[in-house]
Design a protein around this ligand. Structure first.
Ligand code: 5AD
Ligand code: SF4
Length: 469
């Protein structure tokens, strides 16, 4: 028997993972890939060669949820083609749509083999084995494996930590989930239902994963959590440690040069975290701090638990601690009952805060949330018009922010070759893409770069001097 005869049998199986939604899903998808690797599944970008397809879904707005069912329609065809060619393709639906609509997916899409929520990822190999055991059953007897429980056990304790291979694939920056779930219950939001109650990973687990990433070459870590600044992990002494204190501990890791975190709630920006921004140069001066609306009436109806004035006062305190702080935010237009005046108040808070960037959305009714039962739903045309006006304002602010960087010198983490020959590209402290002339030797370190111009969505820089080798 020649080598080529054996190869197909020994060839690894392939898993194709498609990720929707937030960075937390990106992190989770990588952990699922890590959990499958010891069982012979290697990641692929080619759907046509996949033995297993996982959709890691998002339920935050209606449009995001709908994508799952249209994608499943497409997959059914590919699955049919694979089977006609004598191969197979198992399909799993993971993430927040799976959590919210588990049985419904199994019913509407019978070709799906597994449906499982974000708390079940460490059981994926076991689910896969159970689904495979049904493979040879008559289709009428097959039943999707559904796992949407919120188990007591800690999924992070069972999932493999971020591994070297994964890190290399992602380069110099990495995500690290420190907290999951949310207890805030904003009235528009499904997260408390799909991700469950707030859970924080223990300090030692976070530090160990961060050290592993840095050893593998990561220079910048973004701590993730649905409500990341509500982090309260236990340390070895059984004490509760907040995100501010965690930042000081992470700052001691030699080789870690930049730290970010997302997403935060204004109510959880405590003094310790603000002090960390004052004291720690590695904590980047760019903060995603959503306010959603500038109207106190709407903020109350959204159950945000703070007023517009309190948000503005908080921004002042943060900027006093870290004067070069830039902000990004999230906004919802057309929440039930939103009047023209409420919307003007939102534009007003945007003008007063001044954002470097912002994400904005039309309110989307989510079944099961308190917002779904409110009267005064806003007409689609009104939402569209308000979204347009809001985006015009924040786009102008983003343009102004980019322009205000011209003439400044800032540290840029050079991450890759540039778009043009002879160019390299990286990120400013404010997550702006920066392009500059320079050799590929610059890649992998932070360099001082003078910003000399702007182009669409990026900055043009000129190398000043190397800071770190
Ligand atoms: N409709 C519109 N936008 C929403 N978001 C969350 N839920 C909804 C909803 N039902 C937005 C919020 C949040 C971001 C992640 O998504 O702005 O901060
Ligand atoms: Fe959703 Fe509000 Fe929790 Fe953010 S803080 S995840 S918007 S409920």
């Amino acid at each position: 028997m020649t080598k080529t005869d054996i190869a197909p049998q020994n060839a690894p199986k392939r898993v194709f993972i498609k990720t929707y939604g937030c960075q937390m899903n990106v992190y989770d998808s990588d952990r699922m890939a890590d959990a499958l690797a010891p069982h012979g599944y290697m990641p692929t970008q080619e759907l046509g060669e996949a033995d297993l397809v996982l959709l890691n879904t998002c339920h935050i707005r209606e449009k995001a949820s709908e994508k799952v069912f249209s994608e499943l329609g497409r997959l059914k065809e590919v699955q049919g083609e694979r089977r006609a060619a004598g191969a197979d393709m198992m399909i799993g639906v993971a993430g927040c749509v799976a959590q919210a609509e588990g049985e419904e997916i199994a019913r509407r899409a019978p070709m799906v083999d597994m449906v499982f929520g974000p708390q079940a990822y460490h059981r994926l190999p076991d689910m896969l084995a159970r689904a495979q055991a049904q493979r040879h059953l008559h289709p009428s007897l097959k039943k999707a494996v559904v796992d949407t429980d919120f188990p007591e056990e800690d999924k992070f304790a069972h999932l493999p930590a971020a591994k070297k291979e994964v890190t290399i694939k992602r380069g110099l920056t990495a995500f690290l989930t420190v907290q999951e779930g949310c207890d805030k219950f904003c009235s528009f939001c499904v997260v408390p239902y799909t991700r469950g109650a707030e859970v924080s990973r223990p300090v030692a687990q976070v530090l160990a994963e961060a050290r592993g990433l840095v050893e593998a070459g990561v220079k910048e870590i973004t701590l993730l959590g649905q409500n990341v600044n509500a982090y309260h992990g236990v340390d070895a002494a059984g004490r509760s440690v907040g995100l501010g204190e965690l930042a000081y501990l992470l700052a001691e890791i030699t080789g870690l040069e930049r730290l970010r975190y997302t997403t935060s709630h204004p109510r959880d920006m405590d003094d310790a975290l603000i002090a960390a921004h004052r004291d720690l140069p590695l904590l980047m001066p760019y903060l995603h701090l959503p306010v959603q609306s500038g109207s106190d009436r709407i903020l109350k109806a959204m159950n945000r638990k703070h007023t517009a004035a309190e948000y503005l006062a908080l921004i002042e305190r943060i900027k006093t601690a870290r004067p070069d702080m830039a902000l990004s935010g999230d906004f919802i237009v057309g929440f039930p009952g939103e009047t023209d005046q409420d919307f003007e108040d939102t534009l007003s808070i945007i003008r007063q805060t001044g954002y470097a960037s912002a994400y904005s959305f039309k309110y989307s009714t989510r079944p099961g949330t308190p917002g779904a039962n409110l009267t005064g739903q806003i007409a689609e045309e009104v939402k569209t018009e308000r979204l347009y006006r809001l985006q015009e304002l924040v786009n102008q602010q983003t343009t102004d922010f980019h322009a205000s960087c011209v003439g400044k010198t800032m540290p840029v983490l050079i991450e890759r070759v540039g778009r043009m020959p002879g160019q390299v590209g990286g990120r400013s402290p404010y997550l702006q893409a920066v392009h500059l002339e320079g050799s590929t030797d610059l890649i992998g370190a932070i360099h001082e770069v003078e910003i000399v111009g702007t182009s669409t969505n990026s900055l043009v820089g000129r190398l000043k001097q190397a800071v770190a080798a």
